[in-house]
Design a protein around this ligand. Structure first.
Ligand SMILES: [Zn+2]
Length: 422
């Protein structure tokens, strides 16, 4: 599309009258292309520090900003991106939460009597997770990780529904719900497909020239950096490969749209691991009973406790306070970080490791791995990023602001009428 026409389109957009939308349509016919698309490529764990080290299509996408992430893991951050709200508003935080009454894992107490050697294998657990997902009809992401079978009946699982489809979030809506409501055609990737397939599927949708928003979901950088850390040559190779995919999407879009807004976004960063502690051993040496005295969920960077026996709290608190590799998180801090902590569903007591240190073994894994996230959001390696060919306004500071940029990009299509857009 010529610069003249682009300027003209923007000008029309600012006039805000019905007649202008008619002009827009006729302009579209002249150029033979659709008017505009916004492509958001989600790259899991492509945090600000990783971006600073490797860059990303610096010429095509010269605008980049550091974004605050949410406290917790992807199960908290990804819904925050899609809803534009914090966990204490949308209700999603940690995948496992204490709820023995509704636990779908009650039968697991029998499996726990079988030798752990079979079921502790990652592959076996992965297939078992797939079976449970199928048996219970879960449509969201489900993984048993390394939660011991004997402990599973204490917990329920949050992401039973796929929140990438409309109506999938517990409370509030997502950008996709909004698009449906506003009748704006969009395409969201199928996260079950490989990255190569996701790119091809997005290109196929873009070629139709109908969608106004494409959400390209590329999560594999996260897994790679968990396995090799952030400094390995493979990380550079992966990021260069991601650049090729985004360029490919952009070139495809330019053939079918006059105007292409391009964004690369992430949910959090990645820290290199420098050590670990055996927290489970320390807690188990206190002589308390798991189940009747306390319940614990050991995530890789934090531990959460519940106390069926209130007297157990001070014993565990006393133990945690003496551990130099991490610290207790106060309710005040949880409140500040927008964690839904009040109903104690996600924990009555939270212990967070210092950046780069792991709880190992944990219920998330049995090995020390080179990269991890899920530390305090203020740590430099926790920050996410947004990269674009469009200027990023000053008020965009957190991953919860990404949705604002999406709605701004789509504003001209809202309710089928043309609104101000600059
Ligand atoms: Zn991860």
């Amino acid at each position: 599309m010529s610069e003249v026409l682009r300027t003209h389109t923007n000008h029309i957009g600012q006039l805000k009258t019905k007649r202008d939308s008619t002009i827009l349509v006729s302009e579209k016919k002249k150029s033979g292309k659709s008017d505009k698309i916004a492509i958001y490529t989600f790259v899991d764990a492509f945090g600000w520090e990783v971006y600073k080290k490797y860059g990303f299509l610096n010429k095509l996408m010269p605008n980049a900003k550091r974004l605050e992430t949410t406290f917790g893991f992807s199960s908290a951050a990804d819904p925050s991106i899609l809803t534009g709200r914090y966990p204490d508003e949308h209700g999603h935080w940690s995948a496992f939460y204490y709820e023995p009454n509704t636990s779908p894992f009650k039968p697991f107490k029998y499996l726990s009597m079988l030798p752990g050697i079979i079921f502790d294998r990652w592959r076996v657990r992965h297939w078992l997770s797939k079976f449970i997902k199928f048996a219970y009809g879960y449509t969201g992401y489900f993984e048993l990780y390394s939660v011991p079978f004997a402990k599973l009946p204490q917990f329920d699982y949050l992401e039973k529904r796929d929140y990438f489809v409309p109506g999938g979030i517990l409370k509030t809506d997502t950008i996709f719900d909004w698009c449906v409501e506003q009748k704006i055609p969009y395409y969201c990737s199928n996260w079950r497909h490989s990255e190569e397939t996701v790119v091809e599927e997005n290109k196929a949708e873009i070629r139709k020239g109908e969608i106004k928003l494409a959400y390209v979901y590329l999560p594999r950088l996260d897994g790679l950096m968990h396995t090799v850390g952030t400094n390995d040559i493979k990380v550079n190779e992966k990021i260069r490969w991601l650049e090729d995919q985004v360029t490919d999407l952009y070139d495809t879009a330019k053939e079918h749209y006059d105007d292409v807004s391009l964004y690369v976004i992430s949910d959090h960063g990645m820290a290199n691991v420098r050590g670990s502690i055996d927290l489970i051993k320390k807690i188990e040496s206190l002589g308390l009973n798991y189940g009747s005295d306390y319940i614990a969920m050991y995530d890789s960077t934090m531990a959460r406790f519940w106390f069926p026996n209130p007297d157990a709290r001070s014993v565990i608190e006393g133990c945690l306070e003496k551990i130099p590799e991490g610290s207790l998180v106060s309710n005040q801090e949880l409140e500040k970080m927008h964690v839904p902590y009040q109903d104690a569903k996600f924990g009555e007591l939270f212990f967070l490791m210092d950046p780069g240190l792991l709880i190992n073994p944990s219920y998330m894994g049995l090995k020390v791995i080179p990269g991890m996230h899920g530390y305090h959001p203020n740590d430099k390696d926790s920050f996410a990023s947004i990269i674009s060919n469009r200027p990023i306004p000053d008020e965009i500071k957190s991953i919860t602001d990404i949705r604002k940029t999406m709605q701004k990009e789509l504003e001209m299509y809202a309710h089928g009428t043309v609104h101000a857009y600059q």
